[in-house]
Design a protein around this ligand. Structure first.
Ligand code: FAD
Ligand code: SF4
Length: 331
């Protein structure tokens, strides 16, 4: 690991001032960043430790939504009574990620910005990785690509976003609050992560001097009919091959008045398609509606050999998750 300077600011203002310095990088739980630094993939000159800032609160918003500070630990977010009762989808997604020990360290901000799990990215024995070294190529294209993307990929990168939390946030239409010494801005979660295009080295729209300060969830009436289904090689301690987040608001006749639907493990960002949610609106969430939603969500899906199976897997997972959500949520 390269030498680096370490700073632990006592306030957000001080943290933002330090983040404005060249080659500064925030560290929160450190559960992803330290691995990347040990492997020489990330080489910040200055680490700004934001893990002790007073931003680990969960607050109810005036409109009935919920605000999670960037420093809220994944385990605390999953267990929070408001999250469990109003956003059980988020709780389930968080609990499906990593292990209890990791969730005790991992934060909302760090989870959003964790990097892909593409093994070619982590292992610099492989020379061609556009995300690690722009312009070098992509070893995954002709290599072992079982975990890789089937949607939104480019000829430059077929990596997936590994976060479970972000998939639930996409279905719940969360907003990400960003702040720098220059000011504050808010992005819809769908605009926060990027597709790889010809710049796969950039995972998200965050600027180097910005911090995620919070995530806000709009009010939701889908708590009774939501589901997070994660399909992976092992029952725990494994990243998603495919995951599905579903949040359904139903009327008295059981018809969908509002749907949130997102896929994980299939693209460089959580995959949400408005046409797929529209395919459910006004209908009973039955097999026919679920098939139409899956068709819209997976339109244009393309495999790379080892991961071809993900297309049918995702289709079946969408149908199963919608059927389970229609029956009722469980935590
Ligand atoms: C063995 C293992 C298994 C795992 N399994 C899963 C899984 O199944 N599902 C899943 O979703 N995750 C999984 N994870 C990933 C884990 O969830 C992430 O490592 C964790 O969420 C990162 O949070 P952190 O606070 O530790 O971030 P850090 O490692 O501290 O930081 C990660 C990135 O976020 C940036 N950052 C952190 N906070 C901020 C902020 N407030 N503003 C701006 N930038 C910030 C850092 O600069 C860094 O780039 C696993 C990790 C491991 C090691
Ligand atoms: S898929 Fe992306 S992260 Fe993986 S080797 Fe190719 S360029 Fe690198």
């Amino acid at each position: 690991m390269d030498a680096f300077l370490y700073e632990r600011p006592a306030s957000l203002d001080e943290a933002l001032r330090l983040m404005a310095q060249p080659s500064a990088k925030a560290i929160a739980g450190g559960s992803n960043l330290i691995d990347l630094m040990k492997g020489g993939i990330e080489r910040p000159c200055k680490l700004i430790d934001v893990s002790r800032l007073p931003w680990d609160q969960v607050e109810t918003l005036p409109d009935g939504g919920l605000r999670l500070g960037a420093g809220v630990r994944n385990s605390d977010a999953a267990d929070h009574p408001e999250v469990r009762s109003n956003y059980p989808l988020l709780s389930r997604a968080l609990l499906a990620g990593a292990t209890q020990q990791l969730r005790n360290m991992a934060t909302v901000g760090g989870n959003l910005l964790q990097r892909t799990r593409c093994h070619y990215f982590y292992d610099d024995g492989f020379r061609h990785c556009n995300k690690r070294e722009p312009g070098s190529g992509c070893d995954a294209l002709q290599g072992f690509n079982r975990q890789h993307a089937i949607l939104g990929q480019s000829e430059h990168c077929i990596a997936t976003n590994p976060s479970d939390m972000a998939v639930a946030l996409a279905a719940l239409r969360a907003r990400v609050l960003l702040r720098s010494a220059r000011g504050e801005r808010t992005l819809d979660i769908g605009d926060f992560h990027r597709l790889p295009g010809d710049r796969p080295e950039r995972d998200s729209e965050i600027e180097p001097d910005e911090l995620v300060v919070a995530v806000e969830l709009p009010p939701s009436n889908a708590a009774g009919h939501s589901q997070y289904l994660k399909i992976r090689d092992r029952a725990s301690y494994a990243f998603a091959l495919v995951s599905v987040a579903v949040a359904l608001e139903l009327d008295e006749a059981g018809r969908v008045t509002r749907a949130g639907l997102a896929l994980g493990g299939v693209a460089h960002k959580p995959w949400r398609v408005e046409a797929a949610e529209a395919a459910l609106a006004g209908r009973l969430p039955d097999d026919a509606a679920a098939n139409d939603a899956a068709d819209a969500l997976l339109a244009g899906a393309r495999g790379h050999g080892d991961n071809d199976f993900k297309i049918e897997l995702a289709r079946r997972a969408v149908r199963r998750a919608i059927a389970r959500a229609a029956r009722g949520s469980t935590l």
